[in-house]
Write a protein that binds this ligand. Structure first.
Ligand code: HEC
Length: 147
């Protein structure tokens, strides 16, 4: 009898914890892997139009800027101090991405997605390196070509 009660108790406990497990599985999608193609972020950039063809001059300018200002923390295909950049536009809007480049402090304070990223990266902050919108746009053109 005692054993039966114990057994029942264990079964009930397991049923009770099953939904919780599901919940924590949901939580475990990393912020850097979350896809959000509607959030435009907070900052100076509200609309970006991407042409279907790559603007090669803009891309080259962006590549140089990326190598000078970003490469110390971001590799193109591997996580470093910050997330890998490949496929960024499959996960984020162009506007969000440019606002993250131009306005990282406010973004990581007020934008829920950027806030979660900062947490994932243990509070190590992205440093603002670029102030001109045209330069951020050039970097975006370069990031588009990563595959
Ligand atoms: C001092 C290191 C550092 C530098 C320099 C830096 N970043 Fe970051 N970046 C980070 C970190 C860390 C994160 C993750 C969010 C956080 O912790 O603030 C991040 C996040 C990002 C994100 C969002 C990534 C995602 O998966 O959503 C983009 C886009 C980005 N950085 C682009 C750039 C670009 C472009 C430059 C150069 C102009 C740059 N970063 C310079 C450290 C840096």
């Amino acid at each position: 009898m005692k054993q039966l009660v114990l057994y029942l108790g264990i079964v009930l406990w397991c049923i009770g914890c099953a939904p919780e497990q599901k919940e924590s599985k949901k939580e475990s999608i990393k912020a850097s892997e979350k896809i959000n193609l509607t959030d435009k972020g907070i900052g100076p950039v509200t609309t970006v139009t991407l042409e279907t063809t790559i603007n090669e001059d803009l891309k080259k300018e962006g590549q140089v800027l990326f190598q000078t200002h970003c490469l110390s923390c971001h590799k193109t295909h591997k996580k470093l101090i910050g997330p890998a950049m490949v496929g960024i536009l499959d996960r984020r809007t162009p506007e969000w991405t440019m606002n993250m480049i131009l306005n990282p402090y406010e973004m990581t304070k007020k934008n829920p997605l950027a806030k979660a990223l900062l947490e994932e990266y243990n509070g190590s902050p992205m440093v603002k390196q670029i102030t001109k919108e045209t330069q951020a746009r050039a970097i975006l053109e370069y990031l588009r070509t990563l595959e």
